[in-house]
Design a binder for this molecule. Sequence first.
Ligand SMILES: [Zn+2]
Length: 184
Amino acid sequence: MNKQDKHHDAERKLNIHAPWRIEYINMLSKEEQGCFLCRIRDEKDNDAENLLLWRAKHSMVVMNRFPYSAGHLLIAPYEHIGQLEQLSSDAMLEMMRLACDAQKLLTTSIKAEGFNIGMNIGHCAGAGLEGHIHLHVVPRWGGDTNFMAVLADVRIISQSLTDLYRQLQQTSSELNLPQVNFGR
Ligand SMILES: [Zn+2]
């Protein structure tokens, strides 16, 4: 099974009702062996274009370009590692602290009412990008549990990711986030 088929297979299993994510699958296929998180990490002059919100010492926070809900963030270590156990304790601590700061940001900026925070590790668990672990922070609102409502939001939000990026940067500076600085 080639890489593209594998991604399609994963999408079919997990996101059968999310046809808009085909763009994401196509992007992953195009990047072939490349890793979009490593690319974003290295493109230091393109943080706004890449929707990179925060760079901390060991890890970074990026807006998911193909979000499950508005403000869906990814927290990833700079290091290209595929397993949680490969993370240093400092990086683990930092990522969890960034998750706390991400909650503060999303609660203040877009009035998130709840969160799903987690990782998909391995193809069978739905990891779209294998090999570079990342923590998803997905904001939720009362009433969004109807899947079609989430989808409708996503369509609107995907057109205004840049506006949302600016808004989140503005709120970050107002709240002085992130507050993990580990001698950065
Ligand atoms: Zn990577």
